[in-house]
Design a protein around this ligand. Sequence first.
Ligand SMILES: NC(=O)c1ccc[n+]([C@@H]2O[C@H](COP(=O)([O-])OP(=O)(O)OC[C@H]3O[C@@H](n4cnc5c(N)ncnc54)[C@H](O)[C@@H]3O)[C@@H](O)[C@H]2O)c1
Length: 285
Amino acid sequence: MSKNILVTGGCGFIGSHIVDCLVKKKFNVTILDLILPKRKDVKFIKGSILNKPLVDKSLKNIDFVFHLAAVSDVNKVKNIPSKTIETNIIGTTNLLEAARKKKIKKFIFASSYYSYGDAGNLYTTSKTASELVIKNYNLLFGIEYTIIRYSTAYGPRNRNVDAISIFVDRALKNLNLIILGDGNQKRNYVHVEDLAKGSMIALNKKSKNKTLTLTSKKSIKIISLAKIILNLAKSKSKIIFNKKRKRFDDFTSSDKYFIKKKDLFGWKPKYNLKTGLKQYIKMFS
Ligand SMILES: NC(=O)c1ccc[n+]([C@@H]2O[C@H](COP(=O)([O-])OP(=O)(O)OC[C@H]3O[C@@H](n4cnc5c(N)ncnc54)[C@H](O)[C@@H]3O)[C@@H](O)[C@H]2O)c1
């Protein structure tokens, strides 16, 4: 019998691609989200993970939970610190409580590779704290989990907040690309369709109670990223540095975060950065 999967945040950027993968794999998908879904062939529950009775109801007859609903924009956190803590940590706890009562088979959590470093302030704290809460629920109540630490996603349906979507948008309009800081900060990007496919690893029994990291093989300096985008978009834009506006706790990726091959269970990203960027830029031309 096909498994029933609840995807919280299934109407968002990464969540909507995960829903696509799950539907393709013939799972019965239910989404719990504040906003409307991208597709109509899944069950949809409109509401918040902070609404405990609704969360309880949403987990009825569910086998697996993919938990992605969150305050996801690290730049917004400064304006909504307590909402970030509430949504990301208490929201996760509400789901775990319901999962405990309903005896769900597995809890899959969208964490971040920011959890490896000190940057990202309350956003990172909310992810790391949630990871600990999930591990404690496993210890106390035996709820199986897989935590997936994502690097930065890019591609279709993005939130227009990552450097790739902002740079591509400006490059195609021949507007200058503004880099905060000196451009030497590194990021690791994975195409969102690859991240979604990679997330299916969490359905594999071998990923039980593991923390996996989904990244691409190489991180890239923001200055190099800007140059590649200008080239691929055949743009007349220039690169402008705003060194004064460097983020005080900016994240810089390190190669030590890369996923271990033994934990990939055969996952191979379809796109490298260049082919992924080409595909993304082509969407607008
Ligand atoms: N995008 C990335 O590069 C990235 C990297 C690492 C980790 N993550 C994590 O992956 C998850 C998904 O990220 P995304 O980029 O798709 O973000 P997103 O903002 O596009 O999606 C989040 C979804 O959660 C929903 N949501 C927010 N608060 C909710 C609430 N209280 N109740 C129910 N739904 C709620 C939103 O409506 C949205 O549809 C997040 O947990 C994020 O922290 C994202």
